[in-house]
Design a protein around this ligand. Structure first.
Ligand code: C2E
Ligand code: MG
Ligand code: MG
Ligand code: MG
Length: 283
C-alpha cells in the first residue's frame, strides 16, 4: 500500500545518499595523488570570434583521468579539492600546463591563441598568485596577454579590497579577467562595477531559452549592450543551436562558445582547429 511505498522510497533515497557519501569519500581519498600520478588533463573549448568566424581563444577545462572510474568532470571534484585545499595544487597545475601548452604552440607557430583558465575561490586567497603567475609567464617566455583568468562571483566573495588589489596586480602583467557565469549570482552588477574585468561571459542558462522566450532574448540583448557600454568583450556560453548563434550575431555579441561549434577537445584537436579554422558564423 501507500505506506510501504513510502517506506521503500525513503530507503532508495537513503541508499542513493549513502552512495553519494561513499563516492565523495572515495574520490576524496584518491584526490591526494592526482598530481603525483599525473592524472589531470586539460581540455580546451574554442571561443569563436563572431565578426570573423575564427578561433582566437579557448577555455581550459580540467578533467581527472581516474585509473578506475574514468574521466571525471570538474563538477564532481573541484568542490572537494576546494574543501581540502588541494585546489591550490590542482589550480597551479592547470595554470602551468596551460602556459606550457601556449609556449609549445608559440614555438610551432600555431595560433595566435589566448587561453582562459578558471580560478576557484581558494586560489584567490593565495597572496603569492600574482608572483607565481609572473614567474610562469617569464619561464615560458609568454606575453601576459595570452592568458586570461575566469572567475565567478563566489571566487571574489571574501575580501573585496584584497581581491581588487590582487586583480590589479595581475592586470598590470597584461593578464585579463573574465567574469564567468554572468547573471547567475546575486550581485553580478556590483561585481562588474567594482572589479577590473575585461570580459563578460553570459551564463548558459540565459542562452538556453533566448530564442524561445522573448523576455529571455531581451535579457541577453541587454546584457550584451550593458557589457559594451562598460567597454567589455562579451562572450555567450553554452550555445547549442544555430538560431542562437544567428541571434547573438544580430545582437552584436563578440564571441560564441558552445557545443554548436565544439565540445571541449584535447590540445592536439584544438591545434588542428586553430590551423584549419573550419567555422563560419554564417549559415
Ligand atoms: P564554466 O567555467 O562555466 O565552464 C563551462 C562549462 O560548460 C564546461 O563544463 C563546458 O564543457 C560546458 N559547456 C560548454 N558549452 C556547452 C554547451 O553548449 N552546452 C552545455 N550543456 N554545456 C556546455 P565543464 O568542463 O564540465 O566544467 C564545469 C565547471 O567546472 C566550469 O564551469 C568551471 O566552473 C569548473 N572548472 C572547469 N575547469 C576548471 C579548472 O581548471 N579550475 C577550476 N577551479 N574550475 C574549473
Ligand atoms: Mg569558465
Ligand atoms: Mg561559465
Ligand atoms: Mg559554470
Amino acid at each position: 500500500g501507500a505506506r510501504s511505498d513510502r517506506a521503500h522510497r525513503y530507503r532508495v533515497y537513503d541508499d542513493e545518499m549513502l552512495e553519494g557519501v561513499k563516492e565523495r569519500m572515495d574520490l576524496h581519498n584518491d584526490l591526494h595523488r592526482v598530481i603525483k600520478n599525473n592524472e589531470l588533463a586539460l581540455l580546451y573549448q574554442p571561443k569563436i570570434e563572431i565578426s570573423t568566424g575564427r578561433i582566437v581563444s579557448a577555455e581550459a577545462l580540467v578533467r581527472w583521468n581516474h585509473p578506475t572510474k574514468g574521466l571525471i568532470s570538474p563538477d564532481r571534484f573541484v568542490f572537494l579539492a576546494e574543501e581540502t585545499g588541494l585546489i591550490l595544487d590542482i589550480g597551479d597545475w592547470c595554470i602551468s600546463e596551460a602556459c606550457r601548452q601556449l609556449a609549445d604552440w608559440q614555438q610551432q607557430d600555431v595560433g595566435p591563441v589566448r587561453i582562459a583558465v578558471n580560478l576557484s575561490p581558494r586560489q584567490f586567497t593565495d597572496r603569492s598568485l600574482p608572483h607565481r603567475l609572473q614567474a610562469l609567464i617569464n619561464h615560458h617566455q609568454l606575453q601576459g596577454s595570452v592568458l586570461e583568468l575566469e572567475v565567478t562571483e563566489s571566487t571574489l566573495l571574501d575580501d573585496t579590497d584584497r581581491a581588487i588589489k590582487m586583480m590589479q596586480q595581475i592586470c598590470s602583467m597584461d593578464v585579463h579577467f573574465a567574469m564567468d557565469d554572468f547573471g547567475t549570482g546575486y550581485a553580478s552588477f556590483d561585481y562588474l562595477k567594482r572589479y577590473p574585468f575585461s570580459t563578460l561571459k553570459i551564463d548558459r542558462s540565459f542562452i538556453m531559452h533566448m530564442c524561445s522566450s522573448e523576455r529571455e532574448g531581451s535579457i541577453v540583448q541587454s546584457m550584451i549592450e550593458m557589457g559594451h557600454q562598460l567597454g567589455l568583450v562579451v562572450v555567450a556560453e553554452g550555445v547549442e543551436e544555430q538560431e542562437q548563434a544567428d541571434s547573438l550575431k544580430a545582437m552584436g555579441c563578440d564571441f560564441i562558445q558552445g557545443f554548436l561549434y565544439s565540445r571541449p577537445v584535447s590540445a592536439q584537436e584544438l591545434q588542428k582547429l586553430l590551423v584549419e579554422q573550419p567555422f563560419s558564423i554564417e549559415r
